[in-house]
Ligand binder design. Structure first.
Ligand SMILES: Cc1cc2nc3c(=O)[nH]c(=O)nc-3n(C[C@H](O)[C@H](O)[C@H](O)COP(=O)(O)OP(=O)(O)OC[C@H]3O[C@@H](n4cnc5c(N)ncnc54)[C@H](O)[C@@H]3O)c2cc1C
Length: 293
């Protein structure tokens, strides 16, 4: 059996764990990966929609039994193209997969679904924060990506994402902000603490889709990112299941909320009942003082 892993990121440990048989990887871009037997590198850049045929061709050169794709905005485009090309089902929430059968997590992992399929299946899998373990030898295969014409897609405008470098999946520490913040500018209080503890800032869905204060890539939960950092600090977040399903695998969860009955305290290792506008500046000051000796 062969499992293809299609990635644009180095953090493919969860995909390697699911892979069965030989692991062949298609790496789009220049990231370095470990934990696979063979790498086909595609030096392509541009709209994922235009260059999906190159990814399909790389996999089609030696078709495998299972294709696992990193679940990010680009990966979802490739997964769709691969599923269409191989007439394969596209599976999300993959917890286990083998030839012809998979177990999928549903409702944020609260329940599981067994599915059967014939032939190849494409699975979208969240990348993890730990790189796959090193292998002694990875065979690198050249692939002439430019031999295949891209779809005639053109980029008509470009918008710079102020937080384009945010990578919640790779972050060891994350501060999550919620509707307890009354103004967009107030999130700077969380960013100041994040700067001193070297954390990324994520958020709940309403801050993206309701208020438009944060980028789409920043929200955590069933319909956003699923993360498992060493430390997650939830600030002004009530703790609804749609959010906590994305963060409850964090090693340590700290909650700051002014409502002592908030559900977030049920999953928190440490809870702080208080007004975030008072607590955050004090925490930032305390960490700074501690760091400065
Ligand atoms: C199909 C579906 C999918 C969804 N997917 C997601 C998802 O992926 N991710 C996600 O996050 N949500 C998701 N949601 C929304 C989710 O159900 C919740 O509505 C959302 O997570 C609540 O966000 P919140 O905690 O920021 O806001 P709220 O629930 O309004 O909580 C705000 C909290 O801030 C506290 N607070 C207020 N003022 C202060 C203060 N001064 N100091 C300290 N604390 C304060 C309050 O006590 C309260 O607990 C989804 C919903 C649906 C229906």
């Amino acid at each position: 059996m062969t499992t293809w892993i299609v990635t644009t990121e180095p953090t493919i440990a969860p995909l390697c764990q699911l892979a069965v048989g030989e692991r062949h990887a298609v790496v789009v871009g220049d990231c370095e990966i470990t934990g696979v037997d063979k790498v086909t590198r595609l030096a392509i850049s541009g709209p994922a929609e235009a260059y999906a045929p190159q990814v399909v061709a790389a996999v089609a050169a030696q078709p495998g039994d299972i294709i696992l794709v990193v679940n990010n905005s680009v990966g979802r485009v490739y997964a769709g193209a691969l599923a269409a090309a191989f007439h394969a089902p596209m599976l999300t929430g993959v917890r286990n997969i083998a030839s012809g059968a998979a177990v999928l997590g549903r409702y944020g992992g609260m329940t599981f679904q067994d599915v059967q399929f014939d032939g190849v299946a494409v699975g979208l899998v969240e990348p993890g924060d730990i790189p796959a373990s090193a292998q002694s030898h990875i065979s690198i295969q050249a692939h002439d990506a430019h031999a295949i014409a891209p779809y005639p897609a053109t980029c008509e405008s470009e918008e710079t994402n102020a937080h384009a470098d945010i990578n919640l999946n790779a972050a060891r520490r994350i501060i999550g902000v919620g509707r307890g913040f009354v103004a967009k500018e107030d999130i700077d209080l969380a960013r100041q603490l994040a700067a001193v503890i070297e954390a990324e800032v994520g958020c709940t869905r309403p801050l993206v889709e309701g208020k438009g204060w944060m980028e789409r890539d920043a929200y955590l939960g069933v319909s956003g990112h699923t993360v498992s950092p060493q430390l997650y600090i939830a600030v002004g977040i009530s703790g609804q299941i749609h959010h906590t399903a994305g963060i409850d695998q964090s090693e340590t969860i700290v909650a700051i909320n002014n409502d002592e009955t908030a559900a977030i305290f049920d999953i928190a290792d440490y809870g702080l009942v208080g007004n975030l506008y008072e607590v955050l500046p004090k925490m930032t000051k305390a960490v700074r003082q501690h760091k400065n000796g």
